[in-house]
Design a protein around this ligand. Sequence first.
Ligand code: PLP
Length: 396
Amino acid sequence: MDEFLRRTWVQVDLDAIRHNYEEIRRAVNPAAGMMAVVKADGYGHGAVYVARELADCGADWFAVSNIEEAVELRRAGLPQPVLILGYTPPQLAGELARHRISQTVFSTSYGEALSKGAVEAGVAVNIHIKIDTGMSRLGFFCQQEDCAASIDEAAQVCTLPGLVPEGIFTHFAVSDEGEEGEAFTQHQFEQFCRAVDALREKGIRFRYRHCCNSAGVLCYPQMNLDLVRPGIILYGLAPSGKCKDVLSLRPAMELKSVISMVKEIGPAATVSYGRTYAAQNPMRVATVPVGYADGYPRLASSKTRALVAGKPAKVVGRVCMDQLMLDVTGIAEAREGMTVTMFGRDGEAFLPIEELSDAVGTIPYETVCLIGKRVPRVYVKNGKVIGVADYLKAGD
Ligand SMILES: *Cc1c(COP(=O)(O)O)cnc(C)c1O
């Protein structure tokens, strides 16, 4: 690995991504296609490298959150169909069509605006109708028994010029909540099926019906339909602690850094801003060049651990913008230049990202997304580094 990388970096194991894909593929109904969710730069892993690996595995579709993310996949030469799950300014209809990107349509006003944009650009845009069965986020509102008015609206939108109905979908709110979420998820699925049926009665058919996120894939195989939309499990992380452990997943991301300095501090010396941590006895402290600007949260101050020489070392004192300190008193091997694992594997030892996420009251989804863009992503395949994405050097 290049020496310039040896400050703080993320290691992404593309073999783990492949393994996870194959595990999911095995569990999903063979008739259902795989729409791999690579929004938010592939959950912080790097969308292009991840999508290339998944395309090679046979992913049928990609899903992203916005048009920039979709165009990034096209620029990388990926030919698979791409769905934008969120909002695209309607005046970009021409761009959508030019790049063969499918767009979610979630309301009458948005459908009308997108239709206008498409007509003005002289193009036809493929659309997926979003049905809101329980999130109250995007979508035609179909949460209650009688959703005839919303169905009429969705049907109307499907007939607008410049729009080509291709898919229809909904999104689950509690599919990751184990048994407590079952009744509501079933309700959402039924509302969705009812909407699809009602539209069919009006003569509107969709080639792709989809509703399963990762938790849906794990817990509700009977709801696979025509496409599944796994995100977090592709990266080897569980949607929550309450999901069935039906797949053997391998976390793809590790956060690594190095020890920049080791020092002995005397009793009563304090560590970092605010002097929140005071040594009780003489101790050894290692400084590590990773901080909240890299996405290692300040809320983790004095709450989490890292691995040094395969042994856990506590984060002591406040996490700074660019650095933090570890107690390496019990780790005789600790010395300057040694690799530190903030989460991930170090030899036989493994520190799950959940430990950090739990300590700061969040979920691994957020932890991986917040890893900063100044942290290079190093891609490993068959045990070898095959590429580096360095956002700060992208213009070189
Ligand atoms: C993010 C997202 C997904 C993937 O969710 P995971 O829980 O990561 O599997 C699926 N569908 C929609 C609409 C999403 O926004």
